[in-house]
Design a protein around this ligand. Structure first.
Ligand SMILES: Cc1cc2nc3c(=O)[nH]c(=O)nc-3n(C[C@H](O)[C@H](O)[C@H](O)COP(=O)(O)O)c2cc1C
Length: 343
């Protein structure tokens, strides 16, 4: 079981489900002294098992596997049907909007068997028996929280650490209830959670520079989790149109349910703008839009795919992941030294 202070550098590579996460990316982050993450969501248990084996073949250093907690309730079928009809009227290729749990039970059993040093969760807090089972197998259990209330619930359920995700973050909001998503900025949330719980905190959202890493360490976090900062690395599986949008700068990011039915932050494009009223229904809408996103990706159409990115994305660089992790850590260390000397 990994304790956060065992990491050489206080940087966690975010799990980046849906394409950007690769074994190579997780290995590069871990080899640089951070904690690489495999995205276990939207992969079959068989694929995930192969990913863990491939990662272990590349690095002996610690890593995390991330899973999506099952949604508490299905979306409103009528709202999903209305959204499906609107997309069909545009002549878009669509999938079956089914509700499922991404084979979570099988993946949990796999984690108990494979014993990764960390199993992190988003979209909800596992029940105490699940956390106890993973901890008994030797896995540290991390839970993502987006409000002080979620943090208190997760700490009470036995989580070893909390990933505190501010609204600046790229990709999905990790809150427990998408019908009532919180909108806390990272710094406000970190202070509130730090005052409310005694478990170590990992700060996530809008962290793309070493100075920002220094800021969250100063505010009480034990490490920074970075996602967008890694999207332009050669090791990431980020699609070509997504990379081009990240490099283009100048466009704002916004929250949307248009692509998946769960609130997420991406660079605002045509699809996101035109479907601002998409229902809260994950994973139904995710399955519904999978074919249209796949087709747009192949066509290089950046206006119809999810361009997940955090608010600080214009500062994300194109460079190898190990170099980025080392630079973040070096810059953070230098900044903290400067501040200490000044004080
Ligand atoms: C493309 C993308 C995919 C993501 N997928 C996941 C995921 O599978 N699991 C998870 O816990 N968080 C996921 N996140 C959110 C990150 O864990 C993290 O909270 C976020 O990247 C931090 O904000 P930043 O992107 O500004 O660094 C994803 C983020 C992005 C950008």
């Amino acid at each position: 079981m990994l304790a956060l202070d065992e990491l050489d550098v206080p940087i966690v590579g975010a799990p980046l489900a849906g394409g950007p996460a690769t074994v190579e990316l997780a290995a590069a982050v871990s080899e640089a002294g951070g904690l690489g993450s495999l995205a276990g969501a939207l992969r079959t248990p068989e694929q995930l098992e192969a990913d863990v084996a491939a990662l272990r073949a590349r690095t002996a250093r610690p890593f995390a596997v991330n899973l999506f907690e099952a949604q508490r309730r299905p979306g409103d079928p009528e709202a999903v049907a209305r959204y499906a009809a609107a997309l069909a009227a545009e002549g878009l290729p669509l999938g079956e909007p089914r509700h499922d749990d991404d084979r979570l039970g099988e993946k949990l059993a796999l984690m108990v068997e494979l014993r990764p040093p960390v199993v992190s969760f988003t979209f909800g807090c596992p029940a105490r028996p699940t956390i106890d089972r993973l901890r008994a197998a030797g896995c540290a259990v991390w839970v993502t929280a987006t409000t002080p209330e979620e943090a208190v619930e997760a700490a009470g359920a036995g989580a070893d650490a909390l990933v505190i995700q501010g609204v600046e973050a790229g990709g999905h909001r990790g809150g427990f209830d998408d019908d009532a998503p919180g909108d806390y900025g990272l710094l406000a949330l970190l202070q509130l959670v730090d005052a409310a719980v005694a478990v170590p905190l990992v700060a996530a959202g809008g962290i793309v520079t070493g100075r920002a890493v220094a800021a969250v360490l100063a505010a009480g976090a034990s490490a920074a989790q970075v996602g967008t900062a890694l999207l332009r690395t050669p090791e990431a599986g980020t699609s070509a149109p997504h990379r081009a949008a990240l490099a283009a700068d100048g466009r704002r990011t916004g929250l949307t349910r248009a692509f998946s039915g769960r609130t997420a932050r991406g660079i605002v494009n045509r699809f996101q703008r035109e479907h601002a009223d998409a229902p809260s229904a994950y994973p139904e809408v995710h399955h519904l839009t999978t074919p249209l996103r796949a087709a747009a990706r192949v066509a290089g159409d950046a206006e119809s795919i999810n361009l997940w990115a955090g608010q600080a994305y214009p500062l994300a660089r194109e460079a190898p992941a190990g170099e980025i992790v080392r630079a973040l850590a070096d810059e953070a260390r230098a900044r903290l030294r400067e501040l200490a000397a000044g004080a």
